[in-house]
Write a protein of this length. Sequence first.
Length: 88
Amino acid sequence: MSYILSTVNKKTEKRLSEYLALREDIKEKLDKLRENPRRANSAHPLHGKLQGKWSCWLGSNIRLIYTINDKERLIIIYAIGTHNFTNT
């Protein structure tokens, strides 16, 4: 059973929609993430001030920052953008 994607706020939802409109391959990568949020797209846990969150690559320099709720099978997206951008 795959995970459900959710965003933490409307701003993040809007940015995700913008990236989906620009790049068709991101939808495929999000589908892979829903199947395996700890391994797909070079997923890895973050450290420091972002400890407890995960990151994965959606293409060139676009990364996604998220948390995983295994009990509810939910991936909560906190930020999407270039490596230098985080809105967490």
